[in-house]
Design a protein around this ligand. Structure first.
Ligand code: PRP
Length: 206
């Protein structure tokens, strides 16, 4: 049995579609169920940010999670495969009419992604005051809570509709298959066999 932690929503659905394509049977969470068992697999339906916790602590053998989350949380896991789904970028957003003045000594940034933000501004040698938020990040510059945001941009609609623009791109992200370190050794054959099957589907779609 392999336990797979999936991030609720589109990435979970797209991952289950890949399983359906591989094993030619239905993999789907029904209603509000949080655990689903099909054949040799058990799937956990968890919040995006929580996937690494289940995998790192071994409650799941493998999981699917964005590179942004992997980078932010500095995880002690095995990174297996870029699944080429859930593509987005992490970017700095500011108000349409603003520019970032890099000569300023510091900047106030609202974000969920504290570590990525800290690292980026350290590289730019600019002091940063980070305001940690949990969602609706785009609101912060509009009400003067922050000068800028660091957030996920997918279509760019959220920023556009709120009068913000991308000032700089920080990183590209997409969903990656990760494994718990112990599981990766204890269940190496099963995990590698699954890895190869998923890889074949991912490559066939490029
Ligand atoms: C994410 C992100 C942006 C939005 C970007 O939020 O934080 O707000 O998606 O997508 P877009 O460029 O296609 O508009 P999410 O929907 O995950 O909600 P959250 O604010 O609760 O994180």
């Amino acid at each position: 049995m392999i336990t797979v932690a999936l991030p609720k929503g589109r990435i979970a659905e797209e991952t289950l579609d890949i399983f359906t394509e591989i094993f030619n049977r239905k993999f789907k969470f029904e209603g509000r169920e949080l655990i689903m068992e099909v054949g040799d697999f058990r799937f956990l339906n968890v919040r995006n940010q929580d996937v690494p916790i289940y995998v790192e602590r071994g409650s799941a053998d493998i999981g699917v999670v964005g590179l942004d989350v992997i980078t932010e949380k500095r995880l002690n896991i095995v990174k297996l495969l870029d699944m080429n789904i859930g593509k987005c970028r992490v970017a700095i957003g500011i108000k349409q009419e603003d520019e970032i003045d890099w000569s300023r000594p510091n900047i106030k940034v609202a974000t969920k992604m504290v570590n990525i933000t800290e690292q980026y501004f350290a590289k730019k040698a600019m002091g940063v005051e980070i305001i940690k938020l949990y969602g609706s990040i785009e609101l912060a510059p509009l009400v003067g809570l922050a000068d800028a945001i660091v957030d996920i941009v997918e279509t760019g609609n959220t920023m556009r509709e709120n009068g913000l623009k991308v000032a700089e791109n920080i990183m590209e992200s997409s969903a990656h298959l990760i494994a718990n370190k112990n599981s990766y050794y204890a269940k190496k054959d099963e995990i590698l066999s699954l890895y190869e099957k998923i890889n074949r589907v991912v490559e066939s779609r490029v």
